[in-house]
Design a protein around this ligand. Structure first.
Ligand code: SF4
Length: 360
């Protein structure tokens, strides 16, 4: 172990962390010591534990800007553990997963997000008490609003205050997912529509009626499944007196993903059904094509069985009655696959007895 003593500032931590990283020193070999909390006689601490500037490797260390922003906020927190959490995050971003900050349920990400949120709220002073921090749109920003308790009521309450991207400004309210915690199937749509925005509930408008009817045809009841959206606020543009749906941008989908991940983490569904490209690409990546893959089951890190199909609103946009009827029949056919799998699961006592989905 090596003791690394730093002034309790983001700049000093960054300098030390950079040196440690360049010397390939893993987080579990480092003990961070706050110089300001030490006896003055120790201020001339032995810096031999801290690697000398420069290292044997390239000095270029590239991390997402979102990490730098988050680290600055976390540095303002008072928890002594913040330096080790930040260095562990940095190490893992560089060595394991550059998209780590999008994994809102990761313990390090969640801890840093909580500290960043708490520090920001404290810095805003008493006049801002109770107000969520105003932050830049960012892939991990919604994570800063996640509660410690990942129960559905706590998540719903916290999401109601989310300002993780600009969409909250023009929407009526956050539309969080609905359904029982013990639901085995989670349906994920794109974003709330006009009626959902007003009602504060997902899939209660025309597209929701189509979904409910199609589910009933295959013997699945809405009250037994969990239904949510990839993006929790309604994105729209005015046209006359009407509010016209706009497709959320990738940045908005990513900003909102911590909520979706937290829902998945809490429900732990054995089956996920993505309705439309936005939901499917949110979980399966931007290369995923719904029309090419609809009806196919994938084994994913989100759930052991994930399938994509079209969004019910796509059916409503078809003008030709015959084509609309066919599109609806195709949706029902896809949902029947879900119903069969659900029935198999009901009959089977354990998931392990079920055939696995294709690898993904
Ligand atoms: S869309 Fe998602 S990330 Fe953006 S403000 Fe709403 S809840 Fe937060």
């Amino acid at each position: 172990m090596r003791e690394v003593e730093i002034a309790p500032t983001f700049e000093d931590w960054r300098q030390a962390a950079r040196e440690l990283l360049l010397h390939d020193i893993p987080p579990d070999e480092v003990v961070w010591v706050d110089a300001s909390s030490h006896d003055p006689s120790r201020l001339d601490f032995d810096k031999t534990a801290r690697p000398s500037p420069g290292g044997p490797k390239s000095p270029l260390i590239s991390v997402p800007k979102s990490f730098v922003d988050l680290a600055r906020r976390v540095a303002e927190h008072h928890d002594p553990a913040r330096w080790s959490i930040l260095y562990r995050l940095l190490w893992r971003l560089v060595h394991e997963n550059r998209d780590l900050l999008r994994v809102a349920t990761d313990p390090d990400v969640a801890a840093a997000a909580r500290m960043g949120r708490s520090a920001t709220q404290g810095a805003e002073g008493p006049s801002a008490m109770g107000q969520p921090p105003q932050l830049e749109p960012d892939a991990a920003i919604a994570a800063a609003f996640l509660p410690t308790d990942l129960s559905l009521p706590a998540l719903r309450e916290a999401a109601a205050r989310c300002t993780g991207c600009a969409l909250y400004k023009t929407a009526t309210q956050t539309v969080f997912g609905m359904g029982p915690t013990e639901a085995r199937v989670m349906f994920i749509g794109e974003q709330p529509g006009d009626q959902e925005d007003l009602a504060g509930a997902p899939f209660v408008g025309p597209a929701g009626e189509v979904l409910t009817r199609a589910l009933a045809e295959v013997g699945i009841w809405r009250h037994e499944v969990y239904i949510t959206n990839a993006v929790k606020h309604f994105k729209w543009e005015p046209r006359g007196k009407r509010r016209i749906h706009m497709t959320p941008r990738l940045q908005e989908i990513q900003a909102c993903r911590p909520w979706l991940e937290a829902e998945i983490e809490t429900i732990k569904p054995s089956m996920i059904v993505c309705l439309g490209a936005t939901a499917a690409q949110s979980l399966m990546g931007p290369q995923f094509r719904v029309m090419r893959n609809r009806g196919r089951a994938f084994q994913t890190r989100w759930a052991p069985w994930l399938m994509a199909t079209i969004h019910p609103s796509a059916i409503l946009r078809i003008d030709d009655p015959a084509a609309q009827e066919q599109a609806y029949a195709d949706l029902v056919a896809d949902l029947r696959i879900v119903a069969v799998r659900l029935e198999e699961e009901r009959r089977s006592k354990t998931l392990g007895e079920l055939p696995p989905a294709a690898e993904k």
